[in-house]
Design a protein around this ligand. Structure first.
Ligand code: NAD
Length: 459
């Protein structure tokens, strides 16, 4: 077993050898990522089922499919992304040539969360490889089947002298964070994000922090019954669909006018039943809570009697099976933990407002979210949401789909994160844009040199 220092030294000398910089090496590694996920599709399905009870359809869409798309895009775009961009220099600098050259950062450390343990691990690796870096990947210990799968297969497919997997929990993370990296890419909670940023500050290491928070969904009052129905169907799909609400971008709560709340609740219940049957506990289309600690954390959110009283649907649990029913709460107190902390589970508070426009003030009085979703046909309201709120992303009339769209940057703002990735943004995140200027020895303007005088002041 290599020590962490030995691993880092090996990565440093491989990087220094220059081999990760070539297009050939980058493409070879990207093809190897694709081969890895194709050769082991069934094993990935099994690992995701073991860790989270994910259905293969969900596993394909949110994990294998995401990597397939991102590695293929990088493969086909690499030369364009790597090409230096010409900088048009002002006349003052002539004769000269200027360009912006993306260069790899060096050895990067990637920490991942457990809820999408394959895609959240491999997607930043794809970005780091595309940009020509050496990598240490530290998967989440809370998805052990997936993290051991990655530790076993990555060295068999990818260049083991430049890409390494180190498994372990907080103690391993803390030791890794004492070492000096050229970049840390972290996906996880705000609490650990702070620890990572503090450790990075010691070495002035740049960080990307992909964090979470409470993502609000605004549901306008619709005159059109069809649109209202589709909106609520999408809310159900987005809330309980991927990983049973254990999603950074998932809907945390819904804001709705008082007069629409009963229709919302009625349709939410209807679609829960259509999607997951009479008793969702027997459905294989809904994932399980990741472990006992998170189960207990969610149960504690419901222990507050004021919160328990606000349950209008669901609330049943099966601790042995780590199952928690899709649960709807109507107007839980705003100072209760369920409304002050990220829920990250299958509990959905509905907060009623007199007028839906009050949602802007509601959102602005809380930390900036990773995403805001708004279902509305009111163009003026959409413009108001865009211009008067701040969030990592804003999506109208749908939820979560921005995650799958490689041409848009994915990341937070304020407490929901620092930096962004996906598609070309991943390449940029793991690159330094170096300014290159080439000048000639002629002409030599004496006005630039001392001694200073009034004549030179005119320049
Ligand atoms: P977490 O912060 O507990 O763990 C994330 C990583 O940090 C893991 O690899 C873990 O091993 C490591 N870690 C744990 N304790 C540490 C410590 N003391 N020092 C250093 N590292 C430590 O997060 P989680 O429970 O795995 O994931 C849930 C959180 O992640 C939620 O807040 C969610 O919103 C967020 N998340 C964000 C995104 C995103 O893309 N923005 C995606 C998924 C999850």
């Amino acid at each position: 077993m290599q020590t962490m220092e030995q691993s880092l030294n090996e990565l440093r000398s491989s990087f220094a050898s220059g081999r990760t910089r070539s297009v050939a090496w980058r493409k070879q590694q990207l093809r190897a990522v694709l081969k890895l996920i194709h050769d082991h599709e069934d094993e990935i399905f099994n690992a995701l089922h073991q860790d989270l009870g994910k259905h293969p359809v969900e596993a394909y869409r949110d994990e294998i499919g995401v990597i397939e798309k991102s590695a293929s895009l990088s493969l086909s775009s690499l030369e364009t992304w790597m090409a230096p961009k010409k900088g048009k220099l002002p006349l003052l600098f002539y004769p000269a040539k200027g360009e912006v050259l993306p260069e790899p950062l060096g050895v990067v450390l990637i920490f991942t969360a457990w809820n999408f343990p394959i895609s959240l691990g491999l997607d930043p690796v794809v970005g780091a490889i595309s940009a020509g870096n050496a990598v240490i990947l530290k998967p989440s210990e809370l998805a052990p089947a997936c993290s051991s799968f990655l530790a076993r297969t990555i060295p068999l497919y990818l260049d083991p002298e430049t890409i390494k997997v180190i498994n372990g929990g907080p103690d391993v993370c803390e030791r890794l964070l004492q070492l000096k990296f050229d970049k840390i890419f972290f996906t996880g909670s705000q609490r650990v994000g702070r620890i990572v940023m503090q450790a990075a500050a010691k070495h002035l290491t740049p960080v990307t922090l992909e964090l979470g928070g409470k993502c609000p969904t605004i549901l306008d009052t619709f005159t059109n019954a069809h649109d209202m129905k589709i909106a609520i169907k999408r809310i159900v799909g987005g809330k309980w669909g991927p990983c049973c609400g254990q999603v950074c971008l998932g809907i945390d709560y819904v804001l709705v006018e008082e007069k629409s709340a009963s229709t919302l609740i009625k349709l939410l219940k209807e679609f829960i039943q259509i999607f997951y049957g009479e008793n969702p506990k027997h459905s294989d289309s809904i994932s399980r809570i990741v472990n006992k600690d998170h189960f207990e954390r969610l149960r504690n959110l419901l222990r507050d009697p004021r919160v328990a009283d606000s349950i209008v649907h669901g609330g049943s649990i099966d601790e042995g099976k780590l199952y928690m029913e899709p649960t709807i709460l109507l107007d839980p107190p705003l100072d209760a933990q369920i409304m002050t902390e990220e829920i990250f589970g299958p509990l959905l508070p509905i907060i009623t407002l007199k007028k839906i426009k009050e949602s802007i003030e509601f959102i602005n009085s809380r930390p900036k979210p990773l995403a805001i979703y708004a279902f509305t046909n009111d163009e003026a309201f959409r413009k108001q949401i865009i211009s008067e709120t701040s969030s990592g992303s804003v999506v109208f009339n749908d939820v979560l789909v921005q995650f799958l769209c490689d041409v848009l940057p994915f990341g937070g703002v304020g407490q929901s994160g620092i930096g962004r990735y996906h598609g070309k943004y991943s390449f940029d995140t793991f690159s330094h844009e170096k300014a290159v200027m080439q000048r000639s020895f002629f002409p030599e303007l004496e006005a630039r040199n001392p001694p200073w005088n009034d004549f030179k002041l005119q320049f």
